[in-house]
Design a protein around this ligand. Structure first.
Ligand SMILES: [Zn+2]
Ligand SMILES: [Zn+2]
Length: 107
């Protein structure tokens, strides 16, 4: 009797943990943008010359690396800030704001 009750409690606890995990995951999806929206943002590829769309914006604010020739950038249309495509894609999936100015892009 006593043993059976303890097992029941453990099962209930594990079930609750699983629900928490699922709830946490779905709230992340709601916060960020979906892939189709991110894909609509214009991409720019830095050529061999390393020339940037804006010479004053030469460091990615997400990974803090300088932009290199051949890097692919993605621009947020509302504020014209750009970042490495792979950096901003990951960021926008979790946060629907520009990491530089925190402006909320139109979806
Ligand atoms: Zn980056
Ligand atoms: Zn911005």
């Amino acid at each position: 009797m006593c043993r059976g009750k303890r097992r029941e409690n453990e099962e209930r606890r594990q079930g609750r943990n699983m629900e928490l995990n699922i709830a946490g995951r779905s709230s992340v999806v709601v916060m960020g943008l979906d892939g189709a929206t991110i894909e609509k943002y214009p991409m720019t590829r830095i050529g061999d010359s390393g020339r940037l769309p804006d010479p004053n914006n030469n460091v990615c604010s997400i990974c803090l690396s300088d932009y290199q020739p051949e890097d692919t950038l993605r621009t947020i249309p509302d504020c014209n800030h750009y970042f490495h495509a792979q950096c901003i894609d990951g960021w926008l999936r979790m946060n629907a704001t520009c990491p530089l100015c925190r402006k909320l892009p139109h979806s």
